[in-house]
Design a protein around this ligand. Structure first.
Ligand code: 5GP
Ligand code: ZN
Length: 114
């Protein structure tokens, strides 16, 4: 838990978010600035700054984030095709330094990404 972290504040309920799913370890909520018709974020409740800050003890947790995210994608109508993104670091466009998995779908996803 990081007192100054935006996503920790969402986890605590200090800042509201439109939640799709929550359990003891994982929270999924709709992105405030969607980049596709369907765009949500899946985060662990444990504060980890990003993929490069993961320790071995986080491997199972991030596996759960991915499996829950994929299930939510199907449940929300984009099971035929969705993009998973983890941004790591400023150069990659990471703006919130609490690890988060984007799931985007509902439109054609181009490759390479921007
Ligand atoms: P990043 O650029 O760090 O990979 O992604 C951060 C994401 O968090 C962005 O897509 C941004 O729109 C989203 N975001 C930032 N602040 C908030 C917020 O207060 N609520 C919600 N629901 N999403 C947010
Ligand atoms: Zn945090």
């Amino acid at each position: 838990m990081d007192a100054n972290c935006l996503f920790c504040k969402i986890i605590r309920g200090d800042i509201p978010a439109k939640k799709l799913y929550e359990n003891d370890e994982v929270l999924a909520f709709w992105d405030i600035s969607p980049q596709a018709p369907t765009h949500f974020l899946v985060i662990p409740k444990r504060h980890i700054a990003g993929p490069a800050a993961m320790g071995g003890e986080d491997e199972q947790l991030i596996g759960k984030v991915m499996r829950i995210g994929a299930r939510l994608a199907t449940e929300n109508g984009i099971g035929d095709g969705f993009r998973i993104v983890f941004n790591n670091g400023l150069e990659a466009g990471q703006t919130v330094f609490h690890i988060h998995m984007h799931i985007l779908g509902g439109r054609r996803m181009n490759w390479p990404p921007g």
